[in-house]
Design a protein around this ligand. Structure first.
Ligand SMILES: NC(=O)c1ccc[n+]([C@@H]2O[C@H](COP(=O)([O-])OP(=O)(O)OC[C@H]3O[C@@H](n4cnc5c(N)ncnc54)[C@H](OP(=O)(O)O)[C@@H]3O)[C@@H](O)[C@H]2O)c1
Length: 183
């Protein structure tokens, strides 16, 4: 049984996940206005995944945080070249240059049931390969004008079904979509 491949990500209203240089200061600023104890469903989602798959850029950003946020959960970092993994993370972080389908097949065969795919380029590659099953997007009420896109070119349309939505009174809107296969 192939693992479910999921996305959980915040974007500006104009579809960017980071500024051109990768900065997410706008997201950190927005998160400061979120009431204490509200995580917009992140922990429930995080607890439902057994493996993270992220692009090198996202890994480098997360490495700059004060604390590693993923505990012991396995993380696969995608890059065309081997990456340097800090000694403290070597038990859980591995590097891969596999194509999305090969990676999902390998992780599924090893028992993974739900993957959390993160990073714009990486999500775009998994979408183009037809591997993403569901996307949860939290729209942040800001326009950035330029930056790193969540979505990019596709060979064909990707039809979606809206499976849920939440409006938060501090201004975030969360949309949950299922990708319709074979449509
Ligand atoms: N708003 C949010 O919720 C959110 C969430 C996550 C990240 N971010 C932001 O988004 C930025 C990162 O997104 P991004 O679009 O720049 O990039 P990304 O997807 O994190 O990383 C892209 C890199 O991943 C590698 N890669 C991806 N798929 C691969 C494959 N199948 N095989 C080999 N290598 C592969 C390549 O690395 P090489 O160039 O090394 O080959 C590619 O350049 C970060 O700066 C972070 O600030 C925001």
């Amino acid at each position: 049984m192939p693992a479910q491949v999921s996305v959980f990500i915040a974007t500006s209203l104009d579809g960017f996940i980071a500024r051109p240089d990768g900065a997410i200061d706008w997201l950190n600023d927005a998160n400061r206005r979120v009431p204490a104890g509200e995580d917009c469903g992140y922990q429930v989602f995080f607890d439902s995944v057994d493996t993270l798959v992220m692009g090198r850029h996202t890994f480098e950003l997360v490495l700059s945080f004060d604390d590693w946020p993923y505990g012991d959960k396995p993380v696969v970092v995608l890059s065309s070249r081997p990456i340097a993994v800090p000694a403290a993370l070597r038990a859980s972080v591995t590097w891969s240059d596999e194509a999305p389908a090969a990676l999902v097949a390998r992780l599924s065969a090893a028992g993974a049931q739900r993957l959390y795919v993160d990073g714009g380029v990486t999500i775009q590659r998994f979408l183009a390969a037809g591997l993403i099953e569901d996307l949860t997007m939290t729209l942040i009420p800001v326009l950035l004008g330029e930056g790193r896109r969540l979505f990019g070119p596709l060979a064909g349309d990707v039809p979606l079904r809206l499976a849920g939505s939440r409006v938060f009174d501090f201004g975030f809107v969360q949309l949950n979509y299922r990708v319709l296969r074979g449509a």
